[in-house]
Design a binder for this molecule. Structure first.
Ligand code: HSE
Length: 322
């Protein structure tokens, strides 16, 4: 069976989940693609760090060029996070003729045009399903089955950590700090949770949704953004007393030909479909002019749900390009 050679940039939560899926589900992947996915190199910059998965030592490297410039590698999977050096690594890999898969919402939201144009100029695929709402295949849905619609609105719970925190504060009356530590221990809050709790992570994901739904790139720093650090037990109690729930919502709507957007804690009627989305789950609620309203629901964070979306992109490239 022909082999497709893969290089992983990063072996954190998402990298570990991706490696685990490619290894554990190798048989079904081979059956579905007629090809063998072989991870040949993994960039791991902090060698001392505890790993989620066991990986043969000979696969590990601290030099990104062992992957980006490696003539044997067909697909580069970027999962190191952050805008740089991730963006430069992806651009270099595309210029070397490699297909790129990424889970990195910060880099894609900041450099959407650069990355998509570089892929086009170099005739390679650039897929990033895992960057928005983890395991939920919403970007593929927007770009394929829904592509005949004019999108009217896209709104969602786009951050698992903050949804988990708000859920536990609401349902169990637990204090913010305690719930945040729990979310970090479960692997869906970042070690530095600032981007989650300040709404920056949700703004990055909304920027990508806006690009795909409305064809405009809005720099995430230009999206009016309020996080959840100002939401107190009193607010949650007052909301409950009036039959509402507080959710961190990212929303973009088309009004008179203009796209309006924001990320903010929002009061939702308890009957709204998004109000029932609890814990680390994400959901994206889309209105198209022809299809009407749709909701996509699932796990938006965590090694295996996010790795599932990364692997879906890898398999799509394997099937279409090899
Ligand atoms: N920290 C992010 C979240 C991870 O909590 O949703 C997934 O992007």
């Amino acid at each position: 069976m022909k082999t497709v050679k893969i290089g992983l940039l990063g072996l954190g939560n998402v990298g570990g989940g991706t490696y685990q899926i490619l290894t554990e589900n190798k048989e079904i992947i081979e059956k579905r693609t007629g090809l063998t996915p072989e991870v040949v190199k993994i960039l791991q910059r902090s060698r001392g760090k505890k790993r989620l998965v066991e990986v043969p030592d000979n696969l590990l490297t601290e030099d990104p060029d062992d992957i980006i410039k490696n003539p044997d590698i067909d697909i580069v999977v970027e999962m190191i996070g952050g805008i740089e050096p991730a963006t430069s690594f992806m651009v270099q890999a595309m210029k070397e003729g490699k297909h790129v898969v990424s889970a990195n919402k910060a880099a894609i939201a900041a450099n959407y045009r650069l990355l998509t144009n570089t892929a086009k100029e170099n005739g390679v695929e650039f897929l990033f399903e895992a960057s928005v709402a983890g395991g939920i295949p919403v970007l593929t849905a927007i770009q394929n089955p829904l592509q005949a619609n004019n999108f009217v609105e896209v709104m969602g719970i786009l951050n698992g950590t903050t949804n988990y925190i708000l859920t536990k504060m609401t349902e169990e009356g637990l204090p913010y700090d305690e719930v945040l530590k729990d979310a970090q221990a479960k692997g869906f809050a970042e070690a530095d949770p600032t981007a989650d709790v300040e709404g920056i992570d949700a703004a990055n994901k909304l920027s990508i949704l806006i690009a795909l739904c409305f064809g405009k790139h809005i720099d995430p720093t230009a999206i009016p953004t309020v996080g959840i650090t100002g939401v107190g037990a009193d607010d949650i109690k007052a909301a409950a007393e009036s039959g509402k729930k507080i959710k961190l919502i990212g929303k973009a709507s088309l009004r008179d030909g203009m796209v309006e957007y924001m990320v903010a804690p929002t009061l939702l009627d308890e009957k709204h479909p998004l109000a029932g989305v609890s814990n680390e789950f994400n959901a994206v609620y889309i209105t198209g002019d022809m299809v009407g309203e749709l909701m996509f629901y699932g796990r938006g964070a965590g090694p295996l749900p996010t790795g599932s979306a990364v692997c879906g992109d890898i398999l799509k490239i394997m099937k279409e390009k090899f």
